[in-house]
Design a binder for this molecule. Structure first.
Ligand code: AMP
Length: 182
């Protein structure tokens, strides 16, 4: 069963890669960022609560994101595999995910860390022009990444699940490496 967690800073290419890989192996690409942006656009209860955190480059509170991912992973299309992009984002989300998957009798193969230097990340994000990609918000998101998300590298390493990939090469080269992990 193909189940991969994509780690990496904002701008590392998680979304692009997850999308390509999911199409290739016909499993869902589950992006908490995409689901949240959609909720904001439709002004759902979740979107209304999440909006200000996202606009500031902060993490949306764990209880909201955890409920969202629990719901999404229980859908029929997620039973045969998935690529997770943007979740987990901190240690409590990662611990929750391990518990949830145990409960669901599912295991993931790897957590893949896409390594890209900070200056390259900033340039990439400035170039993509998303609403939360202003320079100030980008800096905040990088700070949040280093403080809250980067510790997950160690979390998965001690569980012997971590694979690191150089993300500062062409998208095709990254995709080739990812394909070899499935
Ligand atoms: P992304 O598209 O993954 O860069 O996410 C965009 C924004 O959505 C982030 O800056 C956070 O505000 C929020 N977000 C996405 N995933 C999570 C998560 N797992 N936990 C908390 N906030 C999240």
């Amino acid at each position: 069963m193909a189940r991969l967690i994509l780690l990496g800073a904002p701008g590392a290419g998680k979304g692009t890669q997850a999308k390509a890989l999911a199409t290739l192996v016909q499993i869902p690409h589950i992006s908490t960022g995409d689901i949240l942006r959609e909720a904001v656009a439709h002004q759902t209860a979740l979107g209304v609560k999440a909006k200000s955190y996202m606009e500031q480059g902060n993490l949306v509170p764990d209880d909201l994101v955890i409920a969202l991912i629990r719901e999404r992973l229980s859908q029929p299309d997620a039973q045969t595999g998935w690529i997770l992009d943007g979740f987990p984002r901190n240690e409590s989300q990662a611990a929750f995910l391990d518990e949830l998957l145990e409960e669901m009798d599912q295991v993931y193969r790897y957590a893949v860390n896409l390594e890209v230097p900070d200056d390259v990340l900033v340039q990439r994000m400035l170039g993509r022009g998303r609403a939360d990609d202003t320079e100030e918000v980008i800096r905040r998101r990088l700070q949040v990444y280093h403080h809250q998300t980067a510790p997950l590298i160690n979390f998965y390493q001690v569980r012997h699940k971590l694979v690191s990939i150089d993300g500062n090469v062409t998208p095709e080269a990254v995709l080739d490496k990812l394909k070899s992990l499935l």
